[in-house]
Ligand binder design. Structure first.
Ligand code: FCA
Length: 320
């Protein structure tokens, strides 16, 4: 009898080879997400299960990705959704397709904007990482001997995404603690979280404030901050008059650091696509194969890197 029971218990998924896990991302062209996929693939190879990578740039695609995975007999899915407000809809669709659901990077919310705490999530410690950005900027303002009160800040924003808002607010809190004037912080709302949208938004801020000659910039990721840097270049500002600090540390930032001379992109807080890709996927695998439910909330940390230190920091984070 006990034997029959255990056969029943394990019959749903007998072996690694029967396991299929989806990894859905909102912006497949962004190096961060390519890195997440790369590390998720490493997990799949290591354990011998199948990983299905799907790009979902909008809500329709995200929902149909779950149907697609269900039809393929997948047992679980990890998603960075294009829209966190899809939360309850995604949960319902995952249930209908008998998929275990985990989120990465962007946490699902309900209609009131409250996080769906029952869906296991791995995100970055957004406020703390934002504070690291703010501190790096303040340190550079001081190192360059600028008058804090004469500096302008471009807040590249995407406030409909809670982690994005927390990141920039973290940076602002440190700026203000150090005497940065609130009226010199200008919102540059981007329509999409990429460089082009940030460039457009930042250009508006610079054009409206020709009197300010020294600028700092921050945003939710490297792409956003690079858009602000490109805008300062178009506006004719010198690299030495700009301190921009991103978040991410993938190729977008690395390529900037590899340029022969420094640009206004001073640094990036490197976060871990290895943890967000490899660890989430292993956690999902253990959930599927051994019914070991992942922790509900894991928040990962970041480390500041500049063109002088990025190689060492990446090595330290196991990203080489
Ligand atoms: C969000 C951003 C990405 C990355 C990730 C950790 O999804 O859009 O660029 O920063 O969080």
């Amino acid at each position: 009898m006990a034997g029959a029971m255990s056969v029943l218990v394990v019959s749903a998924v007998a072996a690694a080879a029967d396991v299929k896990i989806g990894f859905v991302v909102k912006q497949p062209e962004e190096p961060w997400f390519q890195d997440e996929w790369k590390f998720a693939d490493i997990a799949a190879k290591e354990k011998g299960f199948t990983l299905v990578k799907i790009a979902a740039e909008d809500g329709e695609k995200a929902l149909s990705a779950l149907d697609n995975l269900g039809a393929q007999g997948a047992q679980g899915v990890i998603i960075c959704t294009p829209d966190v407000k899809l939360g309850p809809g995604l949960v319902a669709r995952a249930n209908a397709n008998q998929l275990k659901l985990m989120t990465v990077d962007d946490r699902l919310v309900n209609s009131k904007g409250k996080p769906l705490e029952n869906v296991p999530h791995m995100g970055i410690s957004a406020t703390k990482i934002g504070e690291t950005v703010g501190q790096a900027i303040v340190d550079q303002i001081k190192a360059r001997g600028w008058n804090m009160k004469e500096v302008g800040a471009i807040r590249v924003s995407y406030d409909q995404l809670p982690t994005a808002k927390d990141r920039v607010e973290g940076a602002i809190s440190v700026l203000k603690q150090n005497g940065f004037l609130a009226q010199n912080i200008f919102d540059a709302p981007q329509s999409k979280t990429d460089t082009e949208a940030a460039l457009n938004a930042a250009t508006v801020v610079l054009n409206k404030n020709p009197g300010i000659k020294k600028w700092v910039a921050f945003g939710l990721n490297d792409e956003a901050v690079l858009g602000a840097v490109r805008a300062t270049e178009v506006a004719g500002l010198k690299a030495t008059d700009v301190v921009a600090v991103g978040i991410g540390g993938s190729d977008a930032a690395m390529n900037e650091f590899k340029k022969p001379s420094a640009t206004g992109f001073y640094g990036s807080v490197i976060i871990s696509p290895k943890r967000h890709g490899y660890e989430t996927t292993i956690n999902m695998y253990n959930w599927v194969i051994a019914n070991k439910e992942p922790e509900k909330l894991i928040l990962t940390s970041g480390k500041l890197a500049t063109r002088d230190t990025y190689k060492d920091v990446r090595k330290e984070l196991g990203l080489q």
